[in-house]
Design a protein around this ligand. Structure first.
Ligand code: NAD
Length: 270
C-alpha cells in the first residue's frame, strides 16, 4: 500500500500516560513524524514545547494540521470530540480509549463510513494470544467456573477494563453464550444459577500498567492464564504498527486481528 513517508501523526491525549508512551515510540520510529500533540482544553502544558520534538508545541485544536493518521488515548468523556475532529479532517483513526458506551461504539460505526477506524481495547500481541488461549480453555472446560481478574493503576477510570470485557466476550462466544458484558458480567453469587457466566474482578493498585488473569476452576483443579504488561511501550508500539497499517485503507471498521492476518501473525494466534 503506497504511503507518505514519513507518516504525519496527530496524538490525542498526548499529556497522559499512554500519550507520553506514544510520543516516545514515535520519536524512535523513522516511519512517522509528529504532526500535532493534542491536550485537552485547560491543560497547563498547552503552548509548551513537546519534549523530544523541538518543532512542536502542545495544542488543543488541531483543525489546521496536515496529517495522515490520528491516534487516540484520551478518555470516554472526550472521545466524541476526537472522533468529530477525525471525521472533519478525514484522518484515519487508531483508537485505544476504553470505557466507551454502546452509543459511542455506534458513533464509531457511523464514522467508519467516512474514515478507516481501528479501535482495540488492548494493542499488545501477548493479550491477543491470552484471548486465544482463554477461548481454547473455555471450550475445553465448559463446566468450569470462569473469572477474569484485572489489575491496573490507581485512578484508571473504567472497571472492569476493556480488555477484561473483551476476554469475557470471547469466552462467552467460545461457550456459545453471551457473557452479558453490558451488565458487567455476573457476580460470583449469581453464578450459582448460571454456571457459564464469567465474573469480573478489578483491583486498582499503585502504578500497575496492566495485568489480566483468566481463571477456570472445576472440582479439585484450577487453570490460570496470566498476562502482565510491564511497560506502556507495548501498547504504544502496537498502536503505531496499527497506524502504519491503517493509512491508505478504505473507510470502515477494522480490528487488530485484520492486521495480524495481513502480517501472517495470525498463525501464531490460531
Ligand atoms: P491518562 O489519564 O494518563 O491520560 C488521558 C489523557 O487524555 C489525559 O492527559 C487527559 O487530559 C487527556 N485528554 C482528555 N481529553 C482530551 C482531548 N479532548 N484532547 C486531548 N487530550 C485529552 O490515561 P492513560 O493511562 O493514558 O489511558 C488513556 C486511555 O487509554 C484510557 O481509556 C485507557 O483505558 C486506555 N488504554 C488503552 C490501551 C490499549 O492498548 N488500547 C492501553 C492503555 C490504556
Amino acid at each position: 500500500m503506497s504511503q507518505r513517508n514519513p507518516i504525519r501523526m496527530v496524538v490525542f491525549g498526548a499529556g497522559g500516560r499512554m500519550g507520553a508512551a506514544v510520543l516516545a515510540a514515535l520519536s524512535r520510529d523513522t516511519r512517522f513524524e509528529l504532526a500535532a500533540a493534542v491536550l485537552r482544553e485547560g491543560d497547563e502544558r498547552l503552548g509548551l514545547q513537546v519534549p523530544g520534538f523541538a518543532q512542536r508545541r502542545y495544542r488543543n485544536d488541531p483543525h489546521d494540521t496536515e496529517a495522515d493518521v490520528a491516534v487516540d488515548f484520551t478518555s470516554a468523556a472526550q472521545f466524541d470530540v476526537v472522533l468529530e475532529h477525525c471525521v472533519r479532517q478525514s484522518w484515519p483513526l487508531v483508537a485505544g480509549t476504553t470505557g466507551l458506551s454502546s452509543e459511542q461504539m455506534h458513533a464509531m460505526d457511523a464514522a467508519a463510513s467516512e474514515i478507516p477506524i481501528l479501535w482495540a481495547s488492548n494493542f499488545s500481541i501477548g493479550v491477543a494470544l491470552l484471548q486465544r488461549l482463554a477461548t481454547l480453555a473455555a471450550a475445553a472446560l465448559p463446566d468450569f467456573d470462569c473469572s477474569v481478574l484485572e489489575t491496573h493503576r490507581r485512578g484508571k477510570l473504567d472497571a472492569p477494563s476493556g480488555t477484561a470485557l473483551a476476554l469475557g466476550d470471547a469466552i462467552g462466544r467460545a461457550r456459545d453464550r453471551s457473557t452479558r458484558s453490558d451488565a458487567l458480567g455476573a457476580s460470583d453469587a449469581e453464578r450459582a444459577s448460571d454456571t457459564s457466566a464469567v465474573s469480573y474482578h478489578s483491583m486498582r493498585l499503585g502504578d500497575t500498567v496492566g495485568e489480566h488473569v483468566v481463571i477456570f476452576a472445576g472440582a479439585s483443579e484450577r487453570v490460570e492464564l496470566v498476562h502482565r504488561a510491564l511497560d506502556r511501550a507495548v501498547f504504544a508500539e502496537g498502536a503505531l504498527r496499527a497506524a502504519h497499517w491503517l493509512v491508505g485503507r478504505a473507510p470502515g471498521r477494522y480490528v487488530l486481528e485484520d492486521l495480524f492476518d495481513a502480517a501472517g501473525d495470525r498463525d501464531l494466534l490460531r
